[in-house]
Ligand binder design. Structure first.
Ligand SMILES: C[S@@+](CC[C@H](N)C(=O)[O-])C[C@H]1O[C@@H](n2cnc3c(N)ncnc32)[C@H](O)[C@@H]1O
Length: 246
């Protein structure tokens, strides 16, 4: 289940209801706000996963679920993004357990909201790419940052702060050096830090702030868009199903 970027009131209503009914809460304590774990009933067994392996987590989840407990597995953001969802679903299916996946607000959405920024500006950029630096996990060659940068789309980078020098160098191969980059640390938490810098200063700004984790980058021409840009959706000259012409 997705816990969103941090602030408890950014949980979906469905996620909040399930946490409040949990008998066992298995939560990613390195990234999920403890206030969300505290929403579970007092009698709920709470299991932190930051020091456990996948095998240990799954053994606990399967054991509790097979003994008839309502188990909630809580991940930060949306579970479909860098959440190790696939390998957990497979193991639960192998154990004959059914699951419900509940979406959550991802970090890039928290960033756009904090910036008060649309990432798809008509005539300028209409595509959002969610990706990450290669790092230890690596990404397939066809998804290298140089290739993604060639799109000059709104590029949201997860898990990349440790590799920021390399990232900046790769992005500069296609984005102009003055392209704005929003750097968001602990978005939606009380100590959120958010700054927009030119791409050429992305690495130095990150290092000055000491960022190595819980950092999201949004590299986008949209962050410097002219106030004149507007979509056709609300244009008086554009009729559609819900707003017919005269
Ligand atoms: C393991 S990934 C999980 C992403 C998550 N599933 C999501 O949809 O946001 C963790 C990375 O997400 C980003 N992240 C998650 N929450 C964040 C937040 N509140 N502020 C900034 N970045 C965040 C960071 O890049 C962090 O290193």
């Amino acid at each position: 289940m997705g816990a969103g970027p941090g602030a408890p009131d950014l949980l979906t209503l469905r996620a909040a209801r399930l946490v409040e009914q949990a008998e066992v809460l298995v939560w990613t304590d390195s990234l999920v706000n403890p206030q969300i774990a505290a929403m579970a009933p007092q009698a709920c067994e709470r299991i932190r996963t930051s020091t456990l392996t996948l095998e240990e987590v799954m053994a606990l989840v399967i054991d509790r679920a097979q003994s008839g407990k309502r188990v909630v597995r809580l991940h930060d953001g949306d579970p479909c993004l860098y959440g190790a969802l696939a390998e957990q679903i497979v193991r639960l299916a192998d154990a004959g357990l059914s699951v419900e996946v509940v979406p959550g607000l991802s970090a890039y959405q928290a960033a756009a909201a904090a910036l008060q920024q649309e990432l798809t500006i008509p005539g300028l950029v209409q595509t959002i790419v969610l990706s990450r630096a290669g790092g230890r996990t690596g990404t397939p060659e066809r998804e290298s940052l140089e290739r993604l940068a060639a799109l000059q789309a709104s590029l949201c980078l997860y898990l990349s702060a440790r590799h920021v020098e390399e990232v900046q160098e790769q992005l500069l191969q296609h984005y102009p050096p003055e392209t704005p980059v929003a750097i968001g640390y602990r978005l939606s938490w009380p100590d959120q830090w958010l700054k927009v810098v030119p791409l050429a200063e992305m690495a130095v700004a990150s290092r000055q702030q000491g960022l190595i984790r819980t950092t999201l980058y949004v590299v986008s021409p949209a962050l410097a868009a002219s106030a004149e840009a507007r979509s056709r959706l609300y244009s008086p000259a554009h009729n559609h199903l819900f707003r017919g012409g005269a």
